[in-house]
Design a protein. Structure first.
Length: 210
């Protein structure tokens, strides 16, 4: 699918309780705030819409400003305790009102996902029925593409596993686990360079689950 028919959605509303008092997404990683890595990967692709689900501005004023300057539509999640699914529901309800064929869901705390992997997810999607997720060969997850046909299903999600069940039942693109690494604690901001991506395609059922 062409990216100019797709909405890019950045999920950035988590409470990051395991990270401590510091705003995780503003923590420095390789010389930049953590969230900037995800923003730069998305910015290199001509998506039709740019949308971010965020915490209230009082809790993340700098992130609001960064996203606003980059032209993002900001959707506030007032109940981040509802887990990842609460942010996905907010995003899907908004995107369902737009003129687009699908959305690419990215997490703001995954700094090593390259533009090339995001582009492959979108281009692999054939139509509005497509779901294309990522895997390290074991676990399915984001970033992931969801065709418009699945927006209603996404709006009904519950819990902190987000859309993993839906992703695991569909096409998966395999890449290095280092590239799909997400940051949960300060120790996760390790200085080691990510491993080179190994891209392949996996059929549903070829990966494990948590």
């Amino acid at each position: 699918m062409r990216p100019d028919r797709v909405a890019a959605v950045l999920l950035a509303a988590g409470n990051s309780t395991r990270f401590g008092d510091e705003d995780k997404l503003m923590a420095e990683h390789c010389g930049k705030p953590l969230i900037v890595h995800a923003l730069e990967a998305v910015a290199s692709i001509p998506f039709k819409y740019h949308i971010a689900v965020v915490r209230p501005i009082a809790l993340a004023p700098i992130i609001h400003r960064k996203l606003d300057r980059r032209g993002y539509t900001l959707l506030v999640n007032d109940d981040p305790e509802g887990g990842l699914s609460s942010s996905i529901r907010i995003a899907a309800a908004h995107v369902a009102q737009l003129r687009c064929n699908g959305m690419l869901m990215c997490l703001a705390d995954m700094p090593h996902v390259p533009q090339s992997h995001l582009m492959r997810l979108v281009l692999t999607a054939e139509d509005i029925r497509s779901v294309v997720g990522s895997t390290d060969g074991f676990t399915p997850g984001p970033p992931a593409f969801f065709g418009r046909r699945h927006f209603a299903e996404l709006q009904a999600l519950k819990g902190d596993l987000g859309a993993r069940a839906l992703i695991s039942q569909n096409l998966l693109l395999e890449t290095s686990g280092a590239l799909l690494h997400d940051v949960d604690t300060p120790e996760d901001l390790r200085p080691a360079e990510p491993a080179k991506a190994t891209e392949s395609t996996s059929e549903p059922g070829a990966v494990g689950s948590d």
